[in-house]
Design a protein around this ligand. Structure first.
Ligand code: C5P
Length: 236
C-alpha cells in the first residue's frame, strides 16, 4: 500500500455513524481526518476515538480556540489527552494565547488560523484590523510562528506568500481545495490539490468532493493517485 496522501478529509457529517463510516472508507488513502466544531460539540470527546477506530489515521481537531490564555491552556490540555495530531486556534487571539496552547498540548501540533476565508478586506476594516487580507495573513503567520505554532491554516491563494514569510519548517494547511472537475460548493477561491501542493501546502483539507462522492473511498484514492502522479518523489 502506498503512503497515505497529505490530505485531511473534513468529516462534516450529520451524525457520528456517518462520520465513522467516512473515516473508515478514506483512511487507507489519506493521512488525516478532520473533526470540526459541530461534530465535537454534538458528540463530545468520544468522537475522536470513534473516528480513529483501530487505524493509525491522524486526527485533526479543528476547534479554532479563541479565549484568554489561561482558558485556552485549559481547553488545549483537556483535548490533548485525546492525542490529536493537530489542534487549531485563532492567531488573532494573540501570541500569549498561542503560546499557552502550545505549552499545554506538547504532543499536538498547534496550528493557527490566520484569517478566515469568509472575511474580505472590508470585514477586516470593520473589525479594526489594518491592511488587506493578504497583509494580515502574513502578519498573523509571523506572529503565530514566533509564538510557537507549528502549523498555519490559510487559503491556497495565500500559501506561497505565507511559505516565503515563515520558511520551510512550518506545516501549511489549506482548505478550499477542489479536484479538477468537482463542484466548488460554497468555497469562493479554490485550487486543485496539485496546485495547492505546488504553491507550498503540506496538508490539504478536502471535504465534500470526497465525502459526498458516491464512493468516498474511491474518491480519496483518486486524489491520492493524482498527487502521486504529480509529485512522485514527495508523495510516494
Ligand atoms: O467540503 P469542503 O472541502 O468545502 O470542506 C472544507 C472544510 O474546511 C470544512 O470543514 C470547512 O469548515 C473547513 N474550512 C474552510 N475554510 C477555512 C477553514 C476551514 O473551508 N478557512
Amino acid at each position: 500500500m502506498a503512503r497515505p496522501a497529505p490530505v485531511a478529509v473534513a468529516l462534516d457529517a450529520p451524525d457520528l455513524d456517518t462520520a465513522a463510516r467516512w473515516a473508515g472508507l478514506v483512511t487507507p488513502h489519506v493521512s488525516t481526518v478532520k473533526i470540526g466544531l459541530e461534530l465535537y460539540l454534538r458528540y463530545g470527546p468520544d468522537v475522536v476515538a470513534t473516528v480513529r477506530g483501530a487505524s493509525g489515521v491522524h486526527v485533526f481537531l479543528d476547534l479554532k480556540l479563541h479565549d484568554i490564555p489561561a482558558t485556552v491552556a485549559g481547553a488545549a490540555r483537556a483535548v490533548s489527552r485525546l492525542r490529536p495530531e493537530i489542534l487549531t486556534v485563532h492567531a488573532s487571539a494573540g501570541p500569549e494565547m498561542i503560546r499557552a496552547a502550545v505549552e499545554a498540548a506538547p504532543g499536538t501540533n498547534v496550528a493557527a488560523v490566520t484569517v478566515l476565508t469568509s472575511l474580505g478586506d472590508d470585514d477586516l476594516t470593520a473589525v479594526g484590523m489594518n491592511g488587506t487580507v493578504s497583509d494580515v495573513v502574513r502578519r498573523m503567520s509571523a506572529l503565530a510562528v514566533s509564538a510557537g505554532a507549528r502549523g498555519l491554516v490559510c487559503s491556497p491563494h495565500e500559501v506561497a506568500a505565507v511559505r516565503a514569510e515563515v520558511g520551510p519548517d512550518v506545516t501549511l494547511i489549506t482548505p478550499g481545495v477542489r479536484p479538477a472537475g468537482s463542484d466548488i460548493n460554497d468555497q469562493a477561491r479554490v485550487a486543485t490539490p496539485e496546485e495547492a501542493i505546488q504553491s507550498g501546502a503540506d496538508l490539504l483539507v478536502i471535504g465534500r468532493p470526497i465525502t459526498r462522492a458516491p464512493d468516498p473511498g474511491a474518491a480519496a484514492a483518486r486524489v491520492a493517485a493524482s498527487l502521486r502522479r504529480a509529485f512522485p518523489a514527495t508523495t510516494p
